[in-house]
Design a protein around this ligand. Structure first.
Ligand code: MG
Length: 178
């Protein structure tokens, strides 16, 4: 498991994550951040995320959304997709992740937290004892407080790249069909 503000892995986006590799590592449950991880901030589910979630389910992962956004936002997104959701999770506090893992019946050691923010998703996921994957935010549009935090995140990532770079979780690029 990662420590503090260091993610175990980094990936370009959820769509680039090597899901089969996660599965081979013994991960059975995913706690997913919502805004700017699965879709843009406050955006409804789109086709891309629907098919990604279908692929995730097909691989046997159990999934819950863990978001600091409002109950209305999380319910609207989750109800449409039939997903479990924990809203107003107060990440980086552990309680939201614990609730999600309880719903999914998963141990923290078998769960991965995937999100676009270090201070909430990575730090919280690490505190909860989960495997953590940091993805790049899908859009630049976001909550003002988040924009301030981003500046510090970029600095921290630059530093981390120098002292102890997390390995990539990107799927290997498909080889040329021949
Ligand atoms: Mg986010």
């Amino acid at each position: 498991m990662g420590r503090g503000l260091r993610p175990d892995r980094v990936a370009r986006s959820v769509f680039d994550i090597d899901l089969a590799a996660l599965r081979r590592m013994g991960i059975t449950a995913l706690c997913l951040d919502l805004d700017n991880t699965l879709v843009g901030w406050n955006r409804p589910p789109d086709e891309r995320i629907r098919s990604w979630l279908a692929a995730v389910a097909e691989l046997g992962f159990r999934v819950a959304i863990v978001s600091n956004n409002s109950a209305a936002r999380v319910a609207a997104f989750c109800d449409e997709l039939g997903l479990h959701g924990v809203a107003v999770a107060h990440k980086p506090r552990r309680s939201g992740f614990r609730r999600a893992l309880e719903i999914l019946g998963a141990e923290p050691s078998r769960a991965a937290v995937i999100g676009d923010q270090i201070w909430t998703d990575v730090w919280g996921g690490n505190r909860a004892g989960c495997f953590t994957v940091l993805v790049r935010p899908l859009e630049r549009r976001e909550f003002l407080g988040t924009r301030v935090a981003r500046a510090f995140e970029r600095l921290w990532l630059l530093l981390l790249r120098r002292i102890d770079p997390p390995a990539s979780m990107n799927r290997p690029l498909p080889t040329d069909p021949r």
